[in-house]
Design a binder for this molecule. Structure first.
Ligand code: RIB
Length: 319
């Protein structure tokens, strides 16, 4: 059983030709609201991936914005543990999506800021806890500490990027970051290989957008080239990756053995999410991921070599 503890936001999304530069006003086009928030997106991805029951601890305001967020989680089959906050509005995010599928996001955390260590439900029956950084770091650390002492595996997606207390880093079994987050968390401006070498977390997964991803588990590196799709909105793709990854890892006891297949499924789900609008609305089901994977061929040696080089590693020598 998997517990996701984190944020839920209502996303206010406008499409525009490009993302405004500082001081610039851009005349956008269509506007929509979508259920979002890194925590809730990851919980939905985990539930849609199947294989393990998914619960989520979240805080919502006592307002109309909370309604579609709870409905989306319930529709995906996520069992919710809601802290109701009267004094603050439900979290919101203001997102501009450009015609080249990139986004710029500003979050107003609202009720998400009210989550406290004491809100954690009993961890009886849970095997994995998935966390992000859109809720107070003190609560995140308290949840990780409780999980570690109950023998529950702790996974952290360190997004949005911030330096982590050493106490929290020491509690992690799996850290999931993109390149920018890796540089901040490892406090490193060198190559990816150099940054990874500075982190003692047993398993670190680095997502690399359209290039793919790379992971180090117990000293062994794995690489997965990205699947080629035509993206229309990349919002929530990273969250899809995290949720599907934890669902796949929860199927096997040994992270290192589970990793290659987990990376492949997570990458496929994230690629599909980029082809649809919105955050939770874009997350594929397990069946959709399986059907997509059945149409894909293995990456070529050249793609593999290119990814390894990008990460700061030598390509494999032919045997
Ligand atoms: O990762 C995407 C998410 O970031 C959006 O859904 C938005 O709510 C912000 O939390």
């Amino acid at each position: 059983m998997i517990l996701v503890a984190g944020s839920a936001n209502l996303d206010f999304v406008v499409r525009a030709a490009h993302i405004p530069a500082p001081g610039e006003t851009v005349l956008g086009r269509d506007f929509n609201t979508f259920p979002g928030g890194k925590g809730a997106n990851q919980a939905v991805a985990c539930a849609r991936a199947g294989g393990a029951a998914t619960h989520m601890l979240l805080a919502l305001g006592a307002d109309a914005y909370a309604v579609p967020l709870e409905a989306s989680l319930q529709e995906a089959g996520v069992q919710t543990h809601v802290v109701r906050v009267k004094e603050q509005a439900t979290g919101t995010a203001f997102i501009c999506v450009s015609d080249d599928a990139e986004n710029a996001i500003t979050v107003a955390p609202g009720a998400n800021q009210a989550l406290r260590g004491a809100d954690l439900p009993s961890l009886d029956g849970f095997t994995h806890l998935l966390l992000q950084l859109e809720t107070p770091i003190e609560a995140v650390t308290a949840y990780a500490k409780a999980a570690r002492s109950s023998g529950v595996q702790v996974l952290l997606n360190a997004a949005p990027a911030q330096r982590l207390p050493a106490e929290l880093l020491a509690l992690l079994d799996v850290l999931i970051v993109n390149e920018g987050e890796l540089a901040v968390v490892a406090d490193c401006s060198g190559s990816m290989a150099q940054c990874l070498a500075r982190l003692e977390v047993p398993c670190v997964v680095v997502t690399l957008g359209h290039r793919g991803c790379c992971a180090r588990a117990e000293g062994v590196y794995s690489f997965e080239s990205a699947f080629q799709v035509t993206p229309i909105d990349t919002t929530g793709a990273g969250d899809t990756f995290c949720g599907v990854l934890v669902a796949a890892l929860s199927q096997r006891h040994n992270v290192q053995q589970a990793l290659p297949q987990a990376l492949r499924r997570a990458s496929a789900a994230a690629a599909l999410a980029c082809t649809r609008l919105g955050a939770q609305s874009s997350i594929p089901t397990q069946a959709e991921v399986a059907a997509f994977l059945a149409t894909q061929t293995a990456p070529t040696e050249a793609q593999d070599a290119e990814l390894r080089r990008f990460c700061g590693f030598e390509p494999l020598k032919p045997i």
